[in-house]
Design a binder for this molecule. Sequence first.
Ligand code: NDP
Length: 298
Amino acid sequence: MSARIIDGKTISADLRGKVTDAVHRLRRDRGLVPGLAVVLVGGNSASKVYVRNKSKAVTEAGLQSFDQHLPENVSEAELLDLIGLLNADEKVNGILVQLPLPPQIDADKIIAAIDPDKDVDGFHPLNAGRLASGLPGLAPCTALGCVRLAKAVHTSLAGLEAVVIGRSNIVGKPVAQLLLAENATVTIAHSKTLDLPSVCARADLLVAAMGRPEMVRGGWIKPGATVIDVGINRIAGESGKEAKKPRIVGDVAYGEAKEIAGAITPVPGGVGPMTIACLLLNTLHAACMQNGLPAPKI
Ligand code: NDP
């Protein structure tokens, strides 16, 4: 039987609608309009498109957008100065520096310079520590999106065997921490994991975040499992007479997996749209925290 498709577009649209309503109430009742500053340095065309989409979503949700576009050759000191200004600006509740940064800039140094309470990407070491310690803070948006998609299928994640493939600071580790906080039994797999197919086969919930096109095969998946595919891989079209355009695929062989899984996210249209929706949510939460207000339950 074919799996239920977890529709990230619909789920993210619902989340964005709820954030928009909460922003409207905040403006009406407190005169507060949360603001987000997205900082782009130079930037390849993918980064530019991504930043443009973020800004559009921010404005549509009724938030203030304070975008900053710096030239490719900006120095680390100049970028640190800008971060200092944004940290001090009361209208700016969230700061996001689009990665990757050019080689003259140490990304870790920039992330560490962001006020942790404005770190809506959730990458600051203090927020990583808060997440690991179960303290309130800002968690990375893609990881939050993955957990929301899993919860669209399972009313509770407690007791589920969850396997997360990938241990990056921006996806794998925070997904694992969030699933642990939901009381799942979590295994983190990575490039040195032995016999990955057997590890995956025990997962009721499988999160694939390794950036390896279609690596997880249908036969690795436990029948009925929920599969969250974080991967975004651009692969070349087939050559020959009917040459196809490059296409985007996930880390899971979708065609095979959907015949075995109980539920699965498509790529595109699964985790991707959730990331921006969770960024809006984080900005709203940051604004509430900074103003001593409880975060709306969304
Ligand atoms: P990284 O390259 O930072 O991390 C990849 C992780 O996967 C590493 O922990 C690595 O292990 C592991 N890995 C690599 N190869 C294998 C393998 N053969 N077997 C098992 N594990 C492996 O990637 P990111 O975490 O930044 O991103 C992962 C994917 O998610 C990418 O496709 C990216 O484009 C996508 N992404 C999607 C987003 C969205 O909004 N949907 C947002 C962010 C990322 P090790 O640590 O041992 O090297």
